[in-house]
Design a protein around this ligand. Structure first.
Ligand SMILES: [Zn+2]
Length: 317
């Protein structure tokens, strides 16, 4: 059967447990299974138990061992379909929907999604931008998230953010590149400078709004400010790409996630960033199956690049 490209094909494809095992194994060990205990590469496959037995140390291991699904009783087909839904539903997916769709409890689905989101987090230490590259920086408040929070916690969380009951999020978007987000405690100058320097390479061209906290960054960056009171776009100077991201995030939160506590918000933002960073573009068509492969490669421990999955160079403008 061909590699799936739609949810319906994926459900059919992964209904065979052996196919699930082979898919993950191929992603995890492109050169063939490696024994987690002794790193041995010689083994027997025990067909009925669906495990490998190491010829060197005689220990048995399954494809789940050492992955995020290791200690879960949820079957692999459900894990894979949950991942498919998570990375391919544009507005995100709730544990209620996944639970209903897969016939597992909402609690189990919540656990599965939490683990999958962890796996999707971009752990890149590489800053965005660079000499001559443009990075949009913009902050937003994501609202109504702390409804169920204890009064004291809420008071602590929303202090200094300027938005009652709202969580401050700052985003960085490299033009023609990736987006990432951060959830700082406030938007004072010191905090914002630290955020910018942590996420953007010196020498980048920085586009921000007129928030005073961005002042005095001109020493390290070519800083251009867009005054939103006057215009939203001044030639090439705008933060519209990032603003589009914010509207996607907010639409997703409104429609799908009934309440996301600020503590969990960064996970949701990472998930949204994964979808954005692996979206289909004019020159680089990436389909649902490709996006699924990229995500699965992170879970399996070998992170594939965009180019490896699509056979394209990954420079998108
Ligand atoms: Zn071994």
């Amino acid at each position: 059967m061909d590699k799936p490209n739609t949810l319906q094909q994926a459900i059919r494809y992964f209904s065979d447990e052996q196919v699930c095992i082979d898919t993950i194994a191929k992603m995890r060990w492109p050169e063939g299974p490696i024994c987690p205990a002794c790193k041995g590469t010689e083994h027997y496959y025990l067909k009925t138990q669906k495990r490998w037995k190491c010829k060197k140390c005689s220990k048995q291991f399954s494809v789940k061992l050492g992955t995020i699904c290791e200690d879960s009783p949820i079957s692999l087909d459900k894990w894979l379909i949950a991942l498919w839904m998570l990375v391919n539903c544009k507005n995100g997916i709730s544990s209620y929907e996944v639970g209903r769709g897969l016939g597992i409890t909402q609690k189990s689905a919540w656990f599965v999604l939490r683990r999958l989101r962890l796996a999707l987090q971009e752990k890149s230490l590489v800053k965005l931008g660079g000499e001559g590259k443009t990075v949009e920086v913009d902050e937003t408040f994501i609202g109504g998230l702390s409804r169920n929070m204890h009064k004291e916690v809420r008071a602590r969380k929303i202090k200094g953010t300027g938005g009652r009951d709202k969580t401050l999020v700052v985003g960085f978007l490299e033009r023609g590149g990736k987006v990432r987000t951060s959830v700082p405690n406030n938007r004072r100058k010191r905090t914002m400078h630290k955020e910018v320097k942590q996420n953007v390479s010196a020498g980048s061209i920085l586009f921000t709004d007129e928030l005073k906290s961005y002042n005095d960054l001109a020493e390290e960056f070519a800083h251009k400010v867009i005054n939103h009171a006057v215009a939203y776009v001044d030639g090439n100077v705008h933060t519209n790409n990032l603003e589009n991201c914010w509207s996607l995030v907010k639409r997703g939160l409104k429609g799908t996630y009934i309440s996301v506590e600020p503590f969990h918000l960064f996970r949701y933002l990472d998930e949204q960033a994964f979808r954005y960073n692996n979206r289909s573009r004019k020159d680089n068509l990436i389909n649902d199956g490709d996006r699924f492969d990229l995500a699965l490669s992170q879970i399996a421990g070998k992170r594939l690049t965009f180019a490896e999955v699509t056979g394209k160079d990954g420079s998108y403008n």
